[in-house]
Design a binder for this molecule. Sequence first.
Ligand code: ZN
Length: 613
Amino acid sequence: MHSLHYAITPADPAAHIYHVTCRLQRPDPQGQIISLPAWIPGSYLIRDFARHLSGLQVFCDGKAVKPVKLDKDSWSVPPLSGDELVFQYEVYAWDQSVRAARLDTTQGFFNGSSVFLRVHGRENQPCSVELLSPAMPVEGEWRVATSLPRLDAAPHDFGLYQAADYEELIDHPVLMGVFDLVSFDACGVPHELAVIGRHAGDLDRVTADLRRICEYQIRFFGEPAPMPYYLFILQLVGEGYGGLEHRASCALIASRNTMPQKSQKKISDGYREFLGLCCHEYFHTWNIKRIKPAVFSPYDLQKPNYTELLWAFEGITSYYDDLLLVRCGVINAESYLELLARTITRVLRGKGRLRQSVADSSFYAWTKFYQQDENSPNAIVSYYAKGALVALCLDSEIRRRTDNKASLDDVMRILWQRYGLTSEGVPETGVEDIAQEVAGHDLRGFFEQMLRGTEELPLSDALACLGVRMELRAAESSRDMGGVRLKLLKPANGGDASVNETRADFGASVKSENGLLKLNVLTRGGSAQRGGLSSGDVIIAIDKLQVTMANFENLLALYPPGAKLRVHVFRGDVLKQFDIEMLPAEKNTCYLELDADSDSARKTRKAWLESGS
Ligand code: ZN
């Protein structure tokens, strides 16, 4: 046991309560401050985890002392002469995401940032953690899955674990319960996948695919891998999607339907997306967990940490999470182009791309990207999706400038050598500086446009250099996510097939709420918004015909550009009518195909899609 020691018990699983004890030898004689983080690294939103902490009791050499409340998540213990302070408290844990903590009679999961107090002044000191078995009956024989290093515990068992410092302590989530466990080796590093939640998936296939992804990435950045062991923690649910990266593990949530079935040979859209998620979180093992912005070194866990670099840490990671799937042979080139075309489509459909730069999107992640509302598509751009497209343009630019001798891969490897291996924070201009070095050219104008500008990205040219042809068209329906060729539907009247060319767009999405059909997101400058409609309006009739969720889209599809329609809505409890003129649909849906006219484009494409495979 270390002089800083924690113990956590699933004390009352049915009530979602953990009991936590923190035992500290030689507390600060001037008064000891303790706090719980306000946010978890990797998810840029103030979550105030301390709101679920209660019943804090403090003992000094066995005698109760009263802590002083400092703010919403900090306390202090007044100057005392004792040798040992003990903090006891309980944490309510019923969050269903990967970012906090949950507990019931079927399983427990927690991030240290939700449960372990930070002892101020002792952040850099090693600590021990005892994971105790449930104090009340639970379902089945529980085991433990965590990348937290073991001190005195059998593999996958409760017992004593340890961390080198507080930042490490909160960077190894813990899963407890009855789960499937499969293991594999990637470049000599043991990897495990722990799967909790009902499923009938073929875990042998998942393991084989994960191994290819992991081995590719370890070789991409260069052996040896930076972690001695890696754990994928996967919770399978009915509906859900998400992941959070850590230094030697990641926590994932996915729909059980995404798992491949034993007889299934093809790769479903859902399974492809799941592999992309795994590839994404694993890439973070290097890009953000070790190569990280200077402002995250160390993190200030009590308030937002601002950086313009999330486009690089999330955007470049998003670029590679799909690209590496084709490079390591899990999907083919056509399948990759479909994914890339969908990313382009997502960016082109948001008017916010013309108002917010990716540098600003990164900086304001805390209040804008993480707190989206009905206006977000008009006001902000995703540093994930646009960041991935900036990465694509940068990769293409470096290949063009160096006659395909260098690429974004080299930028990532230099970042790893210079900042990852040395644990030095990346300055705000660090990625741009290395990219210019690799390209051997002044890229200041390029970055000004890409990162700090809001004009359209030169995607068609960037893709042409990579031997890919880009086509833009109007969306066929709200289900059209792009990535596929126009279906050339024959109109019902038997006319020609150019129906897509003459589509109009209402410019509003709807959602059903308490049986009412409500306008949700209105495109700025679109038909509905220009005509006076608002988000939240309950739509009753279009052209005096009743509207339902089922007929909304088909009804509107009958009106060509220029058509005028009268729309009746309730705004609040007032009936209103608006005259809407239908505007032509924008060509914001992307399709990509392999198209290498020149030898040089063909060579570049081969290096781009096949490098190291
Ligand atoms: Zn990410």
